[in-house]
Design a protein around this ligand. Sequence first.
Ligand code: NAD
Ligand code: GLY
Length: 364
Amino acid sequence: MRTVDILNVALANRSYPILIGADLLGRADLFAARCAARDILIVSNTTVAPLYLPRLAASLAGRRAIEVTLPDGEAHKTLANMARVLDVLVANRFARDCAVVALGGGVVGDLAGFVAATYQRGVTFVQVPTTLLAQVDSAVGGKTGVNHPGGKNLIGAFHQPTLVVSDTTTLATLPARELRAGLAEVIKYGLICDAVLFGWLEAHLEPLLAGDPAALAHVIRRSCEIKTAVVARDEREAGERALLNLGHTFGHALEAATSYKEWLHGEAVGAGLVMAADMSHDIGLLPAAEAARVRTLVERVGLPTRFEGLAPQALRDHMRLDKKVQDGQLRLVLLRRIGEAFLTADYPAAALTRTLARHCGGAA
Ligand code: NAD
Ligand code: GLY
């Protein structure tokens, strides 16, 4: 039997394991040992369900497993679809001891997690992430939610899973564009607190982009180590956890300004990382050579950093709804150097204006 890498998220009586490894979907023993619920609702989507739902359902054989397959895409991460999933739980008279299992990327995971957070005031939740982005980020840490037309992830709750099963074999079917988008979140971890990881990405990008299992397992493990350590110290984002949003204030604004239709989340984050690095250099913090390394790595991953036809003001308007706004002040995560990020509201407004102007309208 293949080995399973186990990482514990230390949250007192809500601690849980992240299992990382190949061919885990078919491991009934792993699910049996860590999820006892007899009634299970599996939430997936029209792309992932045909690929992986039969294998997962076989591992849950002997229980009452009901499946909900949502349409694919960020545009479907809505309250309406959440209500649809809740309706299925109610129609099937699922009790409080049921479990909701998310099989898919971050969209399915966030929505299913919010369902689990709210049904009967909270039921067991299991994450089975199938994108790189979800395996390195969204499936871990308990942020759940849906989008509102007025902003991304505006409605949600903290609800930790009881188990995360990251089957790295599922990444073999992931489109290349999605793999690249997931790498943006990995670069983010390096920038926030691990210059060694950033250097490793620079040196091993080719095997990663080719989907080399060992290289992917390495970045999944390291990303989860970093994220779980931050979450264990600051589960509800009173402080340090906000650093995990490096690049996201710019990125979320890009996604919202283009109605979630043009940019994948990871692509928008990649561009946001370059903007955060650029602004950090603009205000005299990040050395020019390090800002250039950030841009070069994001570009080598194949992520877009230019965006045509967007007015800086449009991005600024969307940034006002960012969850890091406090007392009307937009706080940003910026960089002192690669491997050291910090949260601040203390920056010249003109620097933000300049950064937006430099990146909008194609003048990257
Ligand atoms: P996604 O869920 O839309 O998945 C990307 C695409 O890949 C989809 O078309 C999906 O159907 C497809 N797919 C998934 N697994 C596949 C596989 N193994 N083979 C083939 N196709 C597959 O997007 P994502 O990038 O995984 O997640 C983005 C979402 O995650 C955003 O909504 C973002 O807000 C959220 N997010 C949440 C957190 C958090 O902490 N909760 C963190 C980061 C991002
Ligand atoms: N992706 C940011 C967080 O989980 O806090």
